[in-house]
Design a protein. Structure first.
Length: 115
């Protein structure tokens, strides 16, 4: 499968021919990042999809709730076979999430920063 690539701002890339698209491992990393950044209730045709950021932010056990939600999210991605590790670092208004998974495409390590 081929997907339109996104830049560091989350915008689609156009005008670069085949370089405007991403495939395989990069596509999976991009898919994971966009799913993590999706807010629950944002998708009008599937309001249960996404992370419930509003309730997590106000929760005393933010890290454990977020860890659980991220594990569920990763395990529900079609290409993911096994979630090996998910680490979360909360620092004021910045979240750094690192993950290691096994997928149908091979092992994947990635990092997502949420501000």
């Amino acid at each position: 499968m081929t997907t339109r690539a996104i830049d560091e701002n989350g915008d689609w890339i156009f005008g670069k021919g085949a370089n405007s698209y991403t495939t395989e491992l990069n596509e999976l990393k991009q898919n994971i990042k966009t799913k993590i950044l999706e807010w629950k209730g944002d998708c009008f045709f599937n309001t249960d999809r996404g992370i419930d950021w509003l309730n997590i932010i106000g929760n005393k056990n933010k890290a454990s709730q977020l860890q659980e939600d991220i594990n569920i999210l990763l395990n529900n991605i079609e290409e993911v076979i096994n979630v090996k590790d998910v680490s979360i670092l909360l620092n004021n208004r910045k979240l750094t999430l690192s993950y290691t998974i096994d997928s149908t495409l091979g092992g994947v390590e990635g990092e997502v920063i949420v501000r």
